[in-house]
Design a protein around this ligand. Structure first.
Ligand code: RNT
Ligand code: ZN
Length: 411
């Protein structure tokens, strides 16, 4: 008997159908962020990263051009299992030589190369307006700025991004999730917390006022607790973003690096599922702050996956990755994070359904014992089978190091 067959029998004894788990996982799409490849720099204005987010490390081999980033995406994505969407930021616009276009004037044509790239590979595209790392961010403010010229500039950027998102959906035949996140906030205690939020509200209403097909463009809004240099006040707080989303029929997005360290996104998913048809996630790994470390197969990632699976919400939770580590091989970082998401989902799919009954029967003794037993069930053998069925190697370090030697080290 091979190891998978043995694992299948062992899981069956626990009341788990490994075949059902494997086929469910094959149908899950993960939206993979492009920005792990180049430390969130993009191609449109060459500004260093700002907005309270930070990439740390200086590992050689960063992608510096669209061609390099596309090559790296190909190498990394080909070693990730499952269905993928490509998640782009507006700052990854590709301009013709000498062309200078403000972020408020970008058009679908600036993303034609990305569309061709995604279409050839059968991927959908998700999109993000880029409200950071740009000279029009004034005093750390964009959509909440009291300077009307600044605020209006970023409203036009948001509107331009809706049009580009619609173009992505039309071209790829898949809806485009367009996520709005702004860094706006204050380092120190503000004198007025209301007016910036009122301006943000007005700006979002203006962005959403342009006509667009809501079947094609799924607008999401991402909240945050604080950013580096913006410690005292964040305009787009959790309460603001949840309330705005509910009031305006858009979708809330939770990034699990955007809460106080003892607050868990895994605990928030069920509440949002009760009040939203769909919710969206940015999966990351915060270490003491929103540090955007590579996602690992850790407790909270598993707990988030369990909440999605056991609430039967795989089709209602739109899963994206969001991390950026520049201190290790970026291709390896990319693959490790996405593989970890799939691992966590597989782990969740391998939970027996009768655990809920133990809770209702107040049998917390058996619940603890059985949950602990599952941690050492032969999960690795089922995971390896999942990879085998997709023609993927268990070991991705060797191909990544080959690529580093042949390509990255020559940059
Ligand atoms: C920042 C947010 C946001 C960004 C990306 C690059 O804290 O998480 O989602 O990481 O848009
Ligand atoms: Zn995020």
């Amino acid at each position: 008997m091979n190891r998978y067959d043995e694992a299948k029998t062992m899981y069956a004894a626990l009341g788990v159908d490994t075949e059902a788990a494997l086929s469910a996982l094959e149908n899950v799409t993960v939206s993979v962020h492009c920005w792990q490849g180049d430390d969130v720099i993009g191609f449109d204005c060459g500004e260093s990263l700002s907005g309270g987010i930070q990439t740390t490390g200086n590992y050689p081999g960063r992608a510096r051009t669209p061609a390099e980033l596309m090559a790296d995406i190909d190498r990394a994505f080909s070693l990730m299992p499952g269905k993928k969407k490509l998640n782009l930021h507006a700052s990854y616009a590709i301009f013709a030589p000498g062309e200078a276009v403000g972020r408020d004037a970008i058009e679908p044509k600036h993303f034609e190369k990305w569309v061709a790239f995604a279409k050839e590979r059968g991927w959908g595209i998700d999109f993000n307006p880029t409200f950071f790392a740009h000279p029009m961010v004034k005093d750390n403010l964009t959509l909440s700025s009291p300077d009307e010229a600044v605020r209006a500039y970023w409203v036009r950027h948001g509107q331009a991004c809706i049009r580009i998102s619609e173009y992505f959906a039309e071209q790829t035949g898949q809806p485009c999730l367009m996520n709005i996140w702004i860094p706006d906030g204050y380092k120190d205690i503000p004198a007025d917390r209301l007016a910036p939020r009122a301006r943000f509200k007005k700006s979002l209403e203006e962005i959403l006022s342009i006509p667009y097909d809501k079947e094609k463009v799924i607008v999401t809004l991402e909240s945050k607790v604080f950013g580096i240099g913006l410690e005292s006040y964040t305009v787009g707080s959790a309460e603001f973003c949840l309330s705005f989303s509910a009031a305006n029929g858009i979708t809330p997005l939770m990034d699990n690096g955007h809460y106080h360290p003892t607050e868990m996104v895994s605990d928030k998913i069920s509440s949002l599922l009760l009040f939203n048809d769909r919710i969206a996630l940015h999966l990351t790994r915060p270490v003491r702050w929103d540090s955007d470390h590579v996602v690992l197969f850790d407790d909270e990632t598993r707990e988030i996956a369990k909440e999605i699976v056991r609430n039967d919400a795989l089709s209602r939770v739109l899963i994206a990755t969001d991390y950026f580590d520049a201190s290790i091989n970026r291709i390896s970082a990319w693959i490790t994070g996405v593989r970890s998401v799939h691992k966590a989902l597989l782990f969740a799919l391998l939970q027996p359904s009768d655990l809920k009954k133990l809770q209702d029967a107040a049998d917390f003794t058996a619940l603890m014992v059985k949950s602990e037993a599952l941690k050492t069930a032969p999960f690795g053998d089922v995971w390896n089978e999942y990879l085998r069925r997709q023609d993927l190697p268990e070991d991705y370090l060797s191909p990544v190091l080959d690529y580093e030697r042949d390509v990255l080290s020559k940059r």
